[in-house]
Design a protein around this ligand. Sequence first.
Ligand SMILES: Cc1cc2nc3c(=O)[nH]c(=O)nc-3n(C[C@H](O)[C@H](O)[C@H](O)COP(=O)(O)OP(=O)(O)OC[C@H]3O[C@@H](n4cnc5c(N)ncnc54)[C@H](O)[C@@H]3O)c2cc1C
Length: 421
Amino acid sequence: MTGTQKYDAVVIGGGPAGSTAAAVLAGHGRKVVVLEKDRFPRYHIGESLMPYCYFPLERIGVIEKIKASNFPQKYSVQFVSTMGKVSQPFYFFQHMEHEASTTWQVVRSEFDQMLLNNAREKGAEVREETKVVEILRENGAVVGVRAEHHGHEETFRAPMTLDASGRDALAVARNGWRVPDPQLKKIAIWTYYRGALRDPGLDAGATTVAYLPDKGWFWYIPLSDDVVSVGVVAEREYLFDEGRDLATVFQREAQKNPWVSEHLAPGQQFGRYWTTSEYSYRSRYCGEDGLVLVGDAFAFLDPVFSSGVFLALRSGELAGDLVHAALSDGDVSAARFQGYGEQICGGIEAMRNLVYAFYDQEFSFRELFQRYPDVRPDLTDCLIGHLFRDFQDLFSRVGEFAQLPAPLPHGRAPAPCASSS
Ligand SMILES: Cc1cc2nc3c(=O)[nH]c(=O)nc-3n(C[C@H](O)[C@H](O)[C@H](O)COP(=O)(O)OP(=O)(O)OC[C@H]3O[C@@H](n4cnc5c(N)ncnc54)[C@H](O)[C@@H]3O)c2cc1C
């Protein structure tokens, strides 16, 4: 059976980016549909939020629901040396006098379900188990999508389509727009423990980033129900040099950092070991006529500083407002999204500089703060997600210790003739 439905906007994917964009558009009174290939709740990685997630979450009206949940509160991020020594934590409340300074460690199946339900409550139509298989174009502009639901095909037409398909990055894949980051070529292996150690008091919900000798790092994220998410990130060649069994590789690496092995010792590993491929990339363009990319469908950056969900929420919010304005003006050309591309890429570049510094053997936060104690507020701004501002001073100083990358030129709107057809 084939049918055609008409909307103001079609959103591909019901993760944080898609649900936020849909809630914003529905809030503007737009007729919007979210097409999600899975049935929620569904598993997803990406559990540690940044304080600035608060603002898009507040905008779409879910803060009270999150406060009422049992997600552990996260007050800080801390770093653990290869020898197992814990740094002075970055407590967000020491930097920011706002309740946003307390953020959360979320179980994504529950968090994403909450956001998708919220989009529904705001008036968006949500179709689960509906996979977009084709982006439709007419006269060079995107005019909707073709999707499949249990073997049935349906066409969803709209003047604007928002691609929020996550790392599947549907439009990027179809258009050949995926540009891998030249240096950030890590992979991750992760799993879950029950009953592993939690630090006392305020640090019980902290994200811990624990270094491995020269090679990478572990995340340690305390979740609800006494569960901890633990993962290792490093170069593929290094992790798989003695074999590819994920459990063996994970356990071998966990023994290399005393803090990680001591914290895991009383716990019980459960469920499978997960892995993901080399992951940092950015789209060549942020959209085309009738299409805008949001969240991971636009760009993905190494998750060491937990920036992914924030960028998904914020880009979803921004794109929702811009699409509404574009529809009101009757102009859905790619040029409308030039400023959006600039803004999101600017924020990603700040975070990307910090990620490069993190992986640079010559760089240490301790030495940076010893020489330049006044940069701590700027650096904490990056860690909380206050990203869309000028960080020239900070990175000129970080650049004395670490090799920082040149900004990537891509990720903006295409010039009219460059738009794919
Ligand atoms: C190892 C690892 C660790 C991470 N840790 C963190 C962290 O601690 N903190 C953090 O903030 N971020 C983290 N991230 C990043 C975070 O997971 C993402 O940035 C975030 O999920 C992006 O949200 P999104 O809405 O853009 O995409 P997603 O959350 O991936 O949502 C996309 C949705 O689109 C759907 N979809 C895909 N294709 C189609 C299609 N063709 N048709 C219909 N639906 C489709 C998918 O089913 C999915 O539900 C991590 C990522 C990785 C890989």
